[in-house]
Design a protein around this ligand. Structure first.
Ligand SMILES: [Zn+2]
Length: 428
């Protein structure tokens, strides 16, 4: 399973983009025109859904950034800086229970996951790589001369993303050579980073797509050279689409104006009666202990008045695939969804805004926005050739992979994509 972060559905239909490796998979496999993500359509919740088949309400990864009311502190799923695990069974759990190996390179939410036998989680801090990457694998990559001491720095800076992705691919090629697993999970980042920084139709984003395709080509060549091309099934997909954005709301600045957040002269937050965590085109808004009784209603009214902002209360959360807010939950009391040209941040001060990059494109928006759809192509044993599905749910990816792997994933909330599978896989 290869996740090309930010691979929007439209990229596979643009005749001016040369992606020969991806097109070779399309030619012999199955594809979906639109892979519809979950909400919020950001990387960490989407990847948790991709390996579980359940919405955030059940897997518990409710955003790249959320807030822990008990600790009074943010929870950063982003960069796997928290030990909060995925709350339900994943594909790797099911394989592990059957004694089969999973390997993951740069896959989100694999920190501390021993069921992923060869595991380099997605981090942005070198220290976390050194602490959590699988020991034997990490040493082998060093012995092979790969610059693993640069994994953190290359992951932390968008401009160096192509080198991070190269290192991810080289690590995967090593794993395929020495300990081929039953399931290999890979995640490339550059296409996402370059769209954020330069826009969805920028020359930089277009270059990134061709570079991602080049890496896919190298992966296919490696499988060929190892004699595994015929026996390997590939699922290649994006985790969300993208929209170009022109307006930003810095939500905690609004909460400062409402006197629900206080910041000292040095820019440190000294008091929170409410807090917002921006997740691109989505945001959680938390009403915290000590806030006036009417705060949720007041904020709902204030934020609804912003142009291009939709506010949802808890009564709407089940429809959005989100859980009920409560003392032990990282779900906000309100959920915001942005119009297609808007995104949110959680910056509380002008200095924080000035320090952060301003994005030209974003995601996180409601999955009903056409451009949030991702691409999906599958090829290899078990996949029916020449199939073109119009729409597929992101929640169908895990059950589809489970069917190909012949494991059960009973909790999945969507069926496998049977139309894209050989008939002999239609019955579980
Ligand atoms: Zn992403």
């Amino acid at each position: 399973m290869l996740s090309i972060d930010g691979l929007a559905a439209t990229f596979l239909d643009d005749p001016t983009l040369e992606v020969p490796a991806l097109q070779s998979l399309v030619a012999r496999g199955a594809r979906a025109r639109r892979l519809v993500p979950i909400f919020p359509s950001v990387t960490w919740p989407c990847h948790a859904s991709i390996v579980t088949g359940v919405a955030p309400a059940r897997h518990g990864v409710l955003g790249n950034m959320v807030f822990d009311r008990t600790a009074g502190a943010p929870v950063e799923h982003f960069g796997d800086r928290t030990e909060v695990p995925i709350a339900v069974d994943t594909l790797w759990d099911r394989l592990h229970a059957r004694g089969e190996r999973t390997a993951g390179v740069c896959w989100p939410k694999t920190r501390g996951v021993t069921a992923v036998a060869d595991n380099i989680p997605e981090f942005y801090d070198q220290e976390l790589f050194e602490r959590h990457a699988s020991r034997p694998l990490w040493s082998e990559l060093a012995d092979r001369g790969l610059p693993i001491a640069r994994y953190g720095p290359w992951s932390a800076e968008h401009a160096l993303g192509p080198m991070q992705d190269w290192l991810t691919l080289e690590s995967a090629r090593h794993i395929l050579r020495v300990r081929p697993p039953r399931l290999l999970l890979l995640h490339f980042l550059t296409l996402d980073s370059f769209q954020h920084d330069y826009g969805t139709t920028s020359p930089e984003a277009r270059w990134a797509l061709t570079e991602m395709d080049r890496l896919v080509g190298r992966l296919l060549e490696t499988l060929e050279a190892l004699g595994r091309a015929e026996s390997t099934t590939l699922l290649v997909f994006g985790d969300h689409g993208f929209v170009d954005v022109h307006r930003i709301y810095h939500l905690n600045q609004i909460l400062c104006e409402e006197r629900l957040v206080e910041v000292d002269a040095g820019g440190t937050v000294t008091r929170r009666l409410a807090w917002a965590t921006g997740n691109g085109g989505a945001a959680h808004v938390y009403v915290l202990d000590g806030a006036p009784r009417t705060t949720r209603e007041r904020l709902s009214e204030r934020l609804s008045a912003l142009s291009g902002v939709e506010v949802f209360g808890p009564e709407r959360f089940p429809d959005l695939g989100l859980p009920a807010p409560g003392p032990g939950s990282t779900q906000g009391d309100l959920m915001l969804a942005a119009a297609a040209d808007v995104y949110f941040t959680g910056h509380a001060t002008a200095a924080a805004v000035a320090r952060a990059p301003a994005y030209r494109a974003a995601h996180g928006h409601l999955p009903g926005i056409e451009r949030m759809a991702a691409g999906l192509v599958m090829a290899g044993p078990g996949v029916a050739g020449g199939v073109k599905l119009e729409t597929a749910s992101m929640l169908s990816l895990a059950p589809t992979a489970a069917r190909l792997l012949r494991v059960e994933l009973p909790a999945a909330e969507a069926p496998p994509l049977l139309e894209a599978l050989d008939e002999r896989l239609h019955h579980g």
